[in-house]
Write a protein that binds this ligand. Structure first.
Ligand SMILES: [Zn+2]
Length: 328
């Protein structure tokens, strides 16, 4: 099976949490959290189209300046998502710099800040380089409850958790996995090529079987024939990203609903259970709590992250505690 996206942690688990999600096809990537992003190359950052910021504590948002600097001279817009108050913080960040060299002749890099609260998007605004990043309000379009992005190949859901301040957890869901079966292509006498992307998109859009797919150099083929003989369909890949959450019923229920059945759950395991009292005070999860949540959500794999610095040298204990609770 070929993958649509490949998520990877940006830093070691004691450093700032964050996920870089690279697309296999098309020069594109997503970011979850925007703390220390120095391990990412400029080339990787230039691929980032959407950034999902859980909350604006320093370790989740301090990388904004670097991302802005790298993206300033590109034409691809940058879409940022965050909790209530996020647009003001992006605006303040932008206002911290002097933009007298920008005018209507500048390359028009556009940055959008979208706020998530309750069960959806509540506010959005944009900042354009040609307007020296003056704030402009946008009208918001309501999608499904909890859905903050819905594209052809995937969607992203969000849940607002409590961390003393709103902290957003996210789930990425590939809609339908469409893979090419090479032997099937050969049996139809069809070449490999770009046209396969059109065919895959047509399948994801749910187009009818008699829809003809154009193929360079040969006769068009009906989508139904391709589905039967050359394409393999499977449920899409899902991952969830959960950081900084107090351990209480409301948070736990929201995380379980969001991460249900995920292939991978990236989740904070800030403290060991021996320091559960401290975890309550700081409104973080322990490794055992994160593992128990992963078990209830029925995820296929748990990836612990965001370890407290007090456990340097005790990484194995954190991982074991999380795994043990996940296995049950
Ligand atoms: Zn944090």
């Amino acid at each position: 099976m070929t993958w649509l996206v490949q998520p990877r942690l940006i830093n070691d688990p004691y450093s700032d949490p964050g996920l870089f999600v690279d697309f296999r096809f098309g020069r594109r990537a997503l970011l979850f959290d925007l703390g220390d992003i120095t391990p990412l190359s400029s080339r990787e950052l230039l691929r980032v189209s959407h950034v999902f910021v859980s909350h604006t504590h320093l370790d989740h948002f301090a990388g904004f300046d670097r991302l802005l600097r790298v993206c300033l001279h590109r034409t691809l817009p940058l879409y940022l998502f965050g909790p209530q108050g996020f647009a003001d913080r992006v605006q303040h960040k932008l206002q911290a710099f002097t933009w007298n060299l920008l005018d209507e002749n500048s390359l028009d890099f556009i940055l959008t800040a979208t706020e998530i609260a309750g069960d959806g998007i509540t506010l959005a605004c944009e900042f354009r380089a040609r307007e020296a990043f003056r704030r402009r309000e946008l009208s918001v379009s309501y999608v499904n409850p909890g859905r903050v992005l819905d594209e052809e190949a995937f969607w992203i859901d969000a849940a607002v958790l409590d961390h003393g301040t709103p902290c957003i957890a996210f789930a990425f869901q590939e809609k339908l996995r469409v893979n090419v079966w090479k032997e099937g292509l050969d049996s139809l006498g069809l070449p490999v090529g770009r046209w396969l992307d059109d065919a895959k998109q047509a399948v994801r859009r749910g187009e009818p079987d008699d829809r003809l797919i154009a193929i360079p150099g040969v006769q068009p083929v009906a989508l139904g024939v391709l589905k039967q003989r050359a394409l393999r369909l499977a449920p899409g890949y899902k991952f969830a990203y959960v950081v900084d959450a107090a351990f209480h019923n409301s948070n736990v229920e929201k995380i379980i609903r969001l991460a249900q059945g995920a292939d991978q759950l990236f989740i904070e395991t800030a403290f060991l259970d021996e320091d559960a009292a401290l975890a309550v005070e700081r409104r973080h999860l322990t490794a055992a709590q994160a593992g128990a949540i992963a078990r209830k959500a029925g995820v296929a794999r748990i990836v612990p992250l965001h370890f407290s610095a007090r456990y340097v040298g005790r990484e194995a204990e954190l991982r074991e505690e999380a795994e043990a609770a996940w296995r049950g």
